[in-house]
Design a protein around this ligand. Structure first.
Ligand code: AKB
Length: 316
């Protein structure tokens, strides 16, 4: 068994996935990589490599030099920022995936994790209990790239036997690093604002319900899917994954229990249109059946973790 390479390790998921992989397999079995010249994770025993997933030559060299067998490809441009950088988003999200898929096809990598998103769904998909297989007509660049990526993942699995595993992440709520350019980021900003300013102006309107998940659940889902026996997996593209769903008014009310002075206002912008095109509640029964997925963090538990986490955080 070779080492595990996380590409995009400085991002919201990368920072916490690195920690978990190092805990389970040992820091010397994990390589972190990103385009940034500095590894944000101070004191980490995990080795850091500067790597652009679009640089195929360096990617190949990194995989060979470090004896990599498993890749977690997290480098991507998220929904809101992708709308402002259409070509770059497409290139990063698609070419990056192809570079990894091709290396796996040529047997240089044994297993891949690639995140998809609820953004694969669009205005024509069912909003409630959105099934695993349904109409996919995403209306964002990010969603189009994730939907296409899913199709390519399944194609490479069926045609070349590439072992690629994927989850359609909901909005991920966490405090250890800032999210970057997503539509669901409001559900993180609101906590920082409640603690630091007592006030939040939401770019998502009060009644837009979106699927969300607390980071610890998202990381556990990732690890469980990667550990699962391939024979138990009936989905070769990407699994629906669900935990909680709420709208800005609901989360604001919960926060008010802890911060009674907290106030919220609404100034919906283009991100509200993106949110309106996504489902409200996802049906993840296939994941639950195939590999035993079960979320642990409900809204109350998520809120407590976030508030305590931000208060204790050195970044605050
Ligand atoms: C985003 O908002 O773009 C992401 C996602 C739902 O994939 N958090």
């Amino acid at each position: 068994m070779g080492k595990k390479l996380v590409i995009g390790s400085s991002g919201q998921i990368g920072v916490e996935l690195i920690e978990q992989l190092a805990k389970e397999f040992g820091a010397n079995q994990v390589i972190a990589s990103d385009i940034k010249s500095v590894f944000d994770k101070k004191n980490s025993a995990v080795e850091y490599v500067i790597l652009d997933v679009l640089d195929k030559e360096k990617l190949f060299k990194t995989i060979k030099d470090h004896n990599i067998s498993e890749v977690y490809l997290l480098a991507a441009m998220l929904s809101a920022i992708a709308e402002k950088n259409i070509q770059l988003a497409w290139d990063l999200n698609m070419k990056g995936l192809f570079n990894i898929l091709d290396l796996a096809k040529e047997k240089h990598i044994e297993k891949i994790f690639w995140p998809s998103s609820i953004a694969v769904f669009g205005p024509t998909s069912p909003k409630l209990n959105t099934p695993q297989s349904t109409l996919l007509e995403p209306s964002t660049v990010y969603g189009i790239s994730k939907m296409s990526g899913e199709r390519w993942c399944e194609y490479y699995f069926l045609k070349y036997g590439v072992d690629i595993r994927s989850l359609r992440y909901p909005g991920i709520i966490s405090y250890k690093s800032q999210p970057g350019g997503g539509t669901t980021d409001y559900a993180i900003e609101i906590f920082h604002a409640a603690i630091n300013q007592g006030f939040y102006n939401s770019f998502i309107s009060n009644e837009v319900t979106l699927p969300m998940i607390y980071m610890k659940d998202a990381i556990r889902a990732t690890m469980e899917l990667m550990r699962a026996d391939r024979k138990t997996l009936s989905i070769n593209s990407s699994y629906n994954l669900a935990a909680i769903s709420f709208n800005p008014a609901e989360i604001a009310n919960e926060i008010k229990f802890l911060f009674p002075e907290f106030k919220i206002t609404y100034s919906p912008d283009f991100r509200n249109r993106i949110a309106l095109s996504w489902p409200s509640i996802i049906d993840d029964s296939v994941a639950r059946k195939d590999w035993g997925w079960k979320h642990e963090f409900d809204l109350k538990k998520t809120i407590l973790e976030m508030i305590n986490g931000i208060k204790n955080s050195v970044f605050n």
